[in-house]
Design a protein around this ligand. Structure first.
Ligand code: GDP
Length: 316
């Protein structure tokens, strides 16, 4: 019988678009989305997990597609009020969104794990796919800029990615363990594909891959590993991916992302706009439309990525 499970590594905005496509072309039980938690932080006394939340809202179809994060039909009374009191309002928390952070924080304080809270909230919101944090252990992305090391959300949201990035670190990662469900899935012998979503390699995918044992487990699964480029026509669709690549001395291109993933990749899906620049990529390249504007685009890219993985599996 053919293999069933698809394990998708994802950050927030770009990753969630493909995760939604995958969730619509696969039976719910067949998709396990590994969410980056390097972006997580504590703010206003709350435990916030931006990539888990984006995935949750997108997969539950309650997301706000305009910025790509947060909830649809959001209101901002809390933010307006806290701002008028002189409180911190640089990280935008809508009223509906706030409920999730308050509830997660309450449950974590009762001793539940992040993965337990995430699974229950996904179930309550009717999500069929499994969303699993990369680890229940604390990992925090740090950015070294001209002013020294700063917390990730300070760089990403408060300073809107303006500082030049010299180096990234994932505080806590050496002690972090991959979530056991991820390892169990990868060891099941039933993995059809490991898909690296079109997420920022440095701040969304590499924190996942940096967890001790994660890369080896992916390799040992025997499944084809296929990434989708987050770079289209030499640019990021959104966010600092291309800027960061330049600042880190890398080529800001689809090929540059493939080089960064190195021999982890068996397949690489790039846009028509980048077809000319991927001649030196050692993974097998598939050219597709990778800009996901509509729901149809998300499903079509999910299918193209799965087909690329299935073709690689047939060759083995
Ligand atoms: P974050 O955690 O919210 O920053 O989100 P991700 O890391 O998951 O996604 C950011 C990346 O998604 C950026 O590099 C974007 O270029 C990429 N991205 C966003 N939308 C699309 C899209 O429609 N197609 C592709 N190929 N990449 C996209």
């Amino acid at each position: 019988m053919s293999k069933r499970l698809v394990v998708a590594l994802s950050g927030g905005v770009g990753g969630a678009k493909l995760a939604l496509g995958l969730s619509r072309v696969l039976p719910g039980n067949d998709l396990l989305v590994v969410a980056n938690t390097g972006d997580d932080f504590e703010h206003l006394g709350l435990s916030i997990s931006p990539d888990i939340d984006t995935l949750t809202y997108v997969l539950a179809d309650i997301d706000n597609p305009v910025p790509g994060w947060g909830r649809r039909d959001e209101t901002w009374s809390f933010m307006d009020s806290i701002g008028s009191l002189g409180g911190e309002d640089w990280f935008r928390l809508g009223d509906r969104d706030l409920a999730l952070h308050v509830e997660r924080t309450r449950r974590l304080r009762l001793g539940q794990t992040l993965s337990e809270v995430t699974a229950d909230i996904c179930r309550r919101l009717g999500i069929g796919a499994r969303v699993v944090p990369m680890s229940d252990d604390r990992v925090r992305t740090q950015v070294r800029s001209d002013a020294g090391w700063i917390d990730f959300q300070d760089y990403f949201v408060r300073q809107q990615c303006r500082p030049i990035v010299h180096e990234l670190a994932f505080d806590g990662v050496t002690l972090a363990r991959p979530h056991p469900d991820i390892i169990a899935a990868l060891r099941s012998g039933d993995v059809r594909a490991v898909i690296i979503c079109p997420s920022n390699p440095f701040i969304s995918v590499e924190p996942i891959l940096a967890i001790p044992g994660m890369r080896d487990a992916i390799k040992a699964s025997g499944a084809p590993v296929v990434a989708v480029s987050p770079i289209i026509g030499g640019r990021a669709v959104k966010g600092p991916t291309a800027k960061m690549m330049r600042e880190l001395g890398l080529e800001a291109s689809a090929a540059g992302v493939a080089a960064r993933y190195g021999d982890l990749l068996d397949g690489y899906v790039v846009d028509h706009a980048d077809a000319d620049g991927v001649g030196n990529v050692s993974a097998r390249v598939t050219i597709a439309r990778t800009l996901m504007t509509s729901l149809h685009d998300r499903e079509a890219l999910a299918r193209a990525t799965l087909e690329a993985a299935d073709a690689l599996a047939l060759q083995r």
